[in-house]
Ligand binder design. Structure first.
Ligand code: CO
Length: 214
């Protein structure tokens, strides 16, 4: 017996329920994709981006990886950003991390998991840049929280540094990058107040973050 049968059954019920409340929902959805938002978040199974911010299928373009990283040579992430910005013309990019992120924790504690350790090196690089700021934390938990937040902010700047955003801003495209963080314990997203919507704002954020490295 197909062990995933229950999931396919669930899916049938879900589709039926959606059709019951909105008979033309799938018809409309299949002909148009026009999301206003791109989500770049952690793969963590406890986060359900669209559902938790009240968006329907078709309203959120999504990229997820472990610890919500935006790496300048990651063709997967860059392709998602390029398509979202240039083709879908999204107006907002939300980089969302979460407190207690296992990827950030492993990077901080130098835990060995295998291949993924190479991916998490990017967070260790961030941690090294903000060593002094992190050492100001009084507990290990506070240190982890701090690195989770800083990691989001660094990824917001990484998105801004891509040729995709640089070019979009040069041609005056209306697009903003936001940094959010999620508390698994209460299900609430918090805005880290690092929104950048122009080259100038990106430079200002970079300057502000550089003072935290001293
Ligand atoms: Co995570």
């Amino acid at each position: 017996m197909n062990k995933l049968e229950n999931l396919l059954e669930n899916n049938k019920h879900w589709a039926e329920n959606v059709k019951k409340s909105d008979p033309t929902f799938f018809q409309r959805l299949s002909t148009l994709q026009a999301p206003k938002y791109l989500w770049i978040g952690c793969s963590d199974s406890r986060i359900t981006p669209a559902t938790s911010i009240g968006l329907l299928p078709g309203e959120l373009f999504v990229h997820r990886n472990i610890a919500n990283l935006v790496v300048h040579t990651d063709m997967n992430c860059l392709s998602v950003i390029q398509f979202a910005v240039e083709v879908l013309q999204v107006e907002h990019i939300i980089v969302c991390g979460h407190y207690g992120c296992g990827g950030v924790k492993a990077a901080l504690e130098n835990t060995r998991f295998g291949l993924i350790d190479n991916w998490l090196r990017h967070i260790q690089d961030v941690g090294r840049d903000y060593k002094i700021e992190l050492e100001r934390a009084e507990t290990d938990e506070e240190k982890l929280d701090k690195l989770c937040e800083i990691n989001v902010i660094e990824q917001v700047m990484n998105v801004g540094d891509t040729t995709i955003l640089q070019d979009a801003w040069l041609r005056k495209q209306n697009i903003a990058i936001h940094g959010w963080i999620y508390y698994l314990t209460d299900g609430i997203f918090r805005d880290l107040q690092v929104t950048v919507s122009s080259l100038k704002e990106l430079i200002n954020l970079r300057a502000k973050m550089l003072t935290k490295q001293k």
